[in-house]
Ligand binder design. Structure first.
Ligand SMILES: Nc1ncnc2c1ncn2[C@@H]1O[C@H](COP(=O)(O)OP(=O)(O)OP(=O)(O)O)[C@@H](O)[C@H]1O
Length: 317
């Protein structure tokens, strides 16, 4: 990866917003220190809870806000200021759409495409995102999910090298969500640098090549989805193993640190499992007593667990 030039480099970004009446009209520091890199041919995700600073980071990355501290380099340039050549290489899908309410989607799309030197084939994207099914309505009359689809089509109109997607799946029904996810994967495979924000772990897990966890205006963790999960697993406290078997088993005394109970009829739980030896102890007991569990559960950790853990750690620090 290091031989590929990143499309976006953000270093220790700091940003104040306001003035905030509740703070005597002082400015609020919403970004303390956000650093990230996004590469072509990858989906880079900013994952964080509401208010973490994801949209503000995207606004600084696009040059819409000037940071108080740190640096932003978008396609090798400082994005702030009047840079039409740079803007033409970047597609943006904002959270609130930012679409003209009185226009119809398809004329809008054709108009936007006409502003670019090398637009994409608009008819392909209209079909792909099924924009014709609500093409006769003005944007103000569209549902949230329909607006999202139009906003994505508009972001793609200029065939951008870099694509910023703020909460791309917000408001989408499962079918549209899948269409949008497939499209994002295709654009990634076509070499676009895609930078998206989400507070949904499921989206991050499905879409991302690389994830930055943002909390209270800081980057608190980064890695591929599996790296983040593995790191949290290394640090994890012991997890329970639960299993189902016939009720009333005589429970052996487990090794120190483990605790075996029948939680309800036929439902057992071994707490404190943190090494393969503990599993071996459990299975030896089953072999000895000829117990064959009907169900066994050692739950894998999801990105959600990892995310919550990093956010909690940040809170305790
Ligand atoms: N104009 C503003 N003035 C003062 N504070 C603001 C302003 N805009 C945003 N904020 C605050 O900045 C913080 C970061 O907001 P931001 O929209 O970047 O978060 P986010 O991670 O994108 O959240 P969400 O997932 O809810 O979209 C929040 O606490 C928000 O209330």
């Amino acid at each position: 990866m290091s031989s590929v030039t990143p499309s976006l480099v953000i270093n220790e970004l700091a940003k104040d917003l306001g003035p905030v009446p509740a703070l005597d009209n002082r400015m609020l520091r919403v970004l303390e220190s956000v650093s990230l890199k996004a590469y072509p041919g990858q989906v880079t995700t900013l994952l964080g809870s509401n208010g973490a600073g994801k949209s503000t980071t995207l606004a600084c990355a696009q040059g819409l806000l000037r940071p108080e501290g740190g640096t932003v380099e978008l396609l090798g340039q400082d994005p702030y200021g009047d840079k039409p050549e740079l803007r033409a290489r970047v597609g943006v899908m904002l959270q609130d759409g930012g679409l003209p309410p009185s226009m119809r989607p398809i004329p809008l799309l054709r108009h936007v495409a006409s502003l670019y030197r090398n637009p994409i084939d608009i008819d392909v994207i209209i079909k792909r995102l099924d924009l014709e099914s609500f093409g006769s309505r003005t944007i103000r009359r569209l549902s949230g999910g329909q607006k999202q689809r139009v906003a994505l089509a508009v972001a793609l109109a200029g065939d951008p090298e870099v694509l910023f997607l703020d909460e791309p799946s917000a408001g989408l029904d499962p079918q549209s969500r899948q269409v949008v996810f497939d499209l994002i994967a295709e654009l990634r495979d076509a070499g676009k640098a895609i930078i998206l924000t989400t507070h949904l772990m499921d989206d991050a897990q499905k879409l991302s090549d690389y994830v930055y966890i943002i909390d209270k205006g800081c980057t608190v963790a980064q890695g591929t989805v599996s790296e983040l999960i593995a790191r949290a697993q290394e640090e994890q406290d012991a997890r329970p193993v639960s299993f189902s078997a016939r009720t009333g088993l005589a429970l052996p005394q487990p090794p120190e640190g483990l605790h075996l109970t029948e939680t309800s009829a036929g439902q057992y739980r071994l707490d404190g499992v943190s090494s393969p030896d503990h599993l071996q102890w459990l299975t030896s007991w089953w072999v000895r007593e000829q117990i064959l569990p009907t169900q066994l559960n050692l739950q894998a950790r999801s990105l959600e667990d990892v995310f919550l853990e990093f956010a909690q750690k940040e809170e305790q620090a």
